[in-house]
Design a binder for this molecule. Structure first.
Ligand code: PLP
Length: 403
């Protein structure tokens, strides 16, 4: 009898007891709005901003309604306006081109490498050909590019970098947290990210002028002094007149649920990474038949998901792999679908974006698979998943493909 895994790939960890208590406290006061707090008192949302800025090592944090809103406000604050080209990796999630589109920008898609990070040669080429002044760098599925090199390229070319850290909360490049390399770090606290408030976003920056703009745009109704991290007054002098209110605030209930999770985040990061390592170590034995995108030297990746590819396999073969794994309780997603499919949508599906030739990225996505690694899984669960993955992938390797 083939072994079968019976855990759920979409069930989140329980929320800390302290989240339940904090949420209850907020509910009893009915003070759900972030600017509802007694004079001189910081609201749950403001306290979350302080705590997240301290954890992230950034001067400022602004709590928002979603990760997508964090990206939009960041792009607006760095000056993207209608018609501007904005560079981004071709391999990312739909809210990324969506955010560029929402601010009137034109996504310029940059190729990725087989390690799923932005291709620096293509980045140079596209900076030159598009004249773009902003790079929205999406650390898709937790894979960090050479951020030292990108910082150099960006400053040489006069390009402002905004980091999409939806999958890299807790990841580091040469010991420094992702999100601290560009003008802004954009984080999501949507249920399937590293902290869970259903929906939510956190925007970080060290630049007081940018922080002031984003705070006004987030919809502060001039309550900006009640935020958790507040730039000096001079930075608001023009911002209060120049920046429109775009109502993207977080509320106290979500912040209350998040604060206790932040206290556990470092442990969660270790937990995910240990689980992913167990699975990837087994899969590594199937190399070169199975390719595993590797973190670059200097990158610490959080293992909340794993990726692998089966180079050269046909779409029918890839779908058979997904089906056979599902039959044994292991849920993987495939990025090669012709139609948009869950979170695996890709650039060909974004018809609002001008069609662009990305042969290298297409070739990678055609045989790329993705698996979530929930913290609920124990290490034994991970060993069983690894065993099933290896058996199924081996079965599909030996049958081979007509070249
Ligand atoms: C989830 C996600 C976002 C946006 O986050 P939301 O909070 O869902 O708006 C942005 N980028 C990537 C790569 C994501 O996975």
């Amino acid at each position: 009898m083939n072994k079968r895994f019976s855990g759920s790939f979409t069930q989140q960890s329980d929320l800390p007891e302290a989240s339940h208590r904090a949420a209850e406290r907020v509910l009893r006061t009915a003070a759900l709005h972030r600017y509802q707090s007694d004079e001189g008192q910081l609201s749950e949302t403001a306290l979350l901003e302080q705590a997240f800025a301290a954890w992230q090592g950034s001067a400022f944090c602004i709590a928002l309604a979603s990760g997508g809103q964090a990206i939009q406000l960041a792009l607006r604050a760095v000056g993207v306006t209608a018609g501007d080209p904005v560079l981004t990796n071709a391999f990312t999630l739909a809210p990324v081109p969506g955010a560029i589109w929402a601010v009137g920008g034109k996504p310029v898609l940059v190729e990725i490498t087989k390690d799923l990070v932005i291709d620096l040669d293509d980045l140079w080429a596209k900076i030159a050909s598009s004249g773009a002044k902003v790079l929205l760098l999406s650390h898709m599925r937790g894979h960090l590019p050479d951020l030292t090199e990108i910082t150099k390229i960006a400053s040489a070319a006069g390009v402002t970098v905004v980091e999409d850290c939806a999958h890299t909360m807790g990841a580091t490049w040469r010991g420094q947290k992702s999100g601290n390399f560009g003008a802004f770090g954009c984080f999501s606290t949507q249920t399937y990210k590293h902290m869970n408030s259903g929906e939510g976003g956190l925007l970080t920056t060290d630049d007081p002028a940018l922080a002031a703009k984003a705070m006004i745009m987030s919809g502060s109704y001039m309550n900006y002094t009640r935020h958790g991290t507040v730039p000096d007054p001079e930075h608001f002098a023009d911002a209060i007149y120049d920046c429109p209110n775009m109502s993207a605030r977080m509320d106290n209930l979500r912040a209350a649920v998040l604060r206790p999770q932040l206290a556990q985040l470092d442990d969660a990061v270790i937990g995910w990474t240990r689980r992913a390592e167990i699975i990837l170590r087994s899969l590594g034995q199937l190399s070169p038949d199975v390719h595993i995108p590797m973190p670059l030297d200097g990158a610490f990746r959080v293992g909340s998901s794993i990726q692998f590819s089966l180079p050269g396999r046909t779409p029918a073969r890839c779908q058979a792999v997904v089906r056979d794994l599902a039959a044994r309780g292991v849920e993987v997603k495939w990025f090669g679908h012709v139609e948009p499919h869950g979170f695996t949508s890709q650039h060909r599906h974004w018809r609002y974006v001008q069609a662009q030739a990305l042969p290298q990225t297409d070739d990678i996505l055609r045989s790329l698979f993705d698996m979530r690694v929930p913290l609920r899984f124990g290490e034994d669960d991970c060993r069983l998943i690894a065993e099933i993955l290896c058996e199924v992938l081996q079965a599909h390797a030996t049958t081979g493909e007509a070249a």
